[in-house]
Design a protein around this ligand. Structure first.
Ligand code: HPA
Ligand code: ZN
Length: 346
């Protein structure tokens, strides 16, 4: 498609982006737990939250870095005990995703956050998988699960998680790596990722969020990561940028998250325009929308308002999201065709 979008006004562009099909590739299901749902599930399970009410919980979301967020995020997940809780969590997210015209959602889940509290692995996966299946049937959203290992735990514990997941292999398409990046380099998980890849699982990893560019190289070399989650610190090393551009490695960028976790002071300071100018394959995502102030469409809206991005940039971000997904090529083409139709009508 010839891309002359110069006639599209800013207001029109926001509407087009909202209406366009997109892929959500960086979304932690535990990070979609809104305070109201946390209190509702906590009440029915007899689990108290360390806040008097949802408003107080929201007020506590003044993070200073990744770890200060993770402390609250793991505490809130304690209300999730039963299969129905995991279903309700994922279903609430998928309904919102459909409203944002998310055609494909590749959803992270952190089984160790739950198994560490005595929740069986199968409880987590069965609840999430049921919501994924219902989203396909009732919402027309293609969703899939990616199992993340918590990098602050040991590789041995990651191997144990992989073993527990074995009977449920059909329910997830890949593995990821999340939690605190500082002091937990990708190389710590070389063995378990090699095993996952040998099993035919996709591999992605958080890198270059708080960690240095070397963490991105490590995720590619040691883990065989096919996508880098965040990756925004790559710009500190031209050699890393050159490699990411050459190999067309997707970066799943989450602007609201980066501001809330103080990777950038303000949205206007985000390096997204520079990532695109460098030819990097970036796309936009919401990370933990219940904590960081909005959905994937909110991230687009906010970024378009705060940053010097053109309509062509918005199109590129949307197209990158679809092409960076693990969907079948024929499905990608179908969604990109629809994206082109939305922009052609612009
Ligand atoms: N980084 C690392 N771990 C996470 C994140 C993140 O942005 N969100 C949820 N777990
Ligand atoms: Zn993340």
């Amino acid at each position: 498609m010839p891309h002359d979008f110069s006639h599209i006004s800013a207001a029109r562009l926001t509407a087009l982006v909202a209406a366009a099909p997109k892929a959500e590739l960086h979304l932690h299901i535990e990070g979609t737990l809104e305070p109201e749902l946390a209190f509702e599930i906590g009440r029915r399970n007899g689990v108290a939250l360390p806040f008097p009410d949802p408003a107080a919980m929201r007020r506590a979301y003044a993070f200073t870095d990744l770890q200060s967020f993770l402390d609250i995020y793991y505490a809130a997940a304690a209300v999730l005990l039963h299969e129905q809780d995991f279903f309700d969590l994922a279903w609430a997210y998928l309904v919102k995703a459909a409203a944002d015209n998310v055609a494909r959602a590749e959803i992270f889940f952190d089984p160790q956050t739950h198994t560490a509290r005595g929740v069986p692995f199968e409880t987590v996966v069965r609840g999430l998988a049921r919501a994924v299946e219902r989203a396909r049937a009732e919402l027309g959203v293609s969703a899939a699960l990616i199992m993340c290992f918590l990098r602050h735990l040991s590789e041995r514990e990651a191997f144990e998680t992989l073993e527990r997941s074995e009977p449920y292999r059909e329910h997830f398409i890949g593995v990821g790596l999340d939690s605190g990046e500082r002091g937990n380099p990708p190389e710590k998980f070389t063995g378990v990722f090699a095993k996952c890849r040998a099993l035919g699982l996709h591999a992605v990893a958080h890198a270059g969020e708080e960690g240095p560019p070397a963490s991105i190289t490590g995720a590619l070399d040691a883990l065989g990561a096919e996508r880098i989650d965040h990756g925004v610190r790559c710009l500190e090393d031209p050699a890393v940028v050159a490699r990411l551009v050459r190999d067309r490695i997707p970066l799943t960028v989450c602007p609201f998250s980066n501001v809330k976790l103080r990777v950038f002071d303000r949205l206007a300071d985000h390096n997204l325009p520079r990532l695109l100018a460098a030819g990097l394959r970036a796309s936009l995502h919401s990370d933990d929308p219940a904590y960081f102030g909005g959905s994937v469409n909110d991230n687009y809206r906010g970024s378009l308002a705060a940053l010097p991005l053109t309509a062509a940039d918005a199109y590129t971000l949307l197209r990158n999201s679809l092409e960076s997904s693990f969907l079948e090529p024929s499905e990608v083409i179908r969604h990109v065709t629809r994206l082109d139709e939305v922009f052609a009508a612009g």
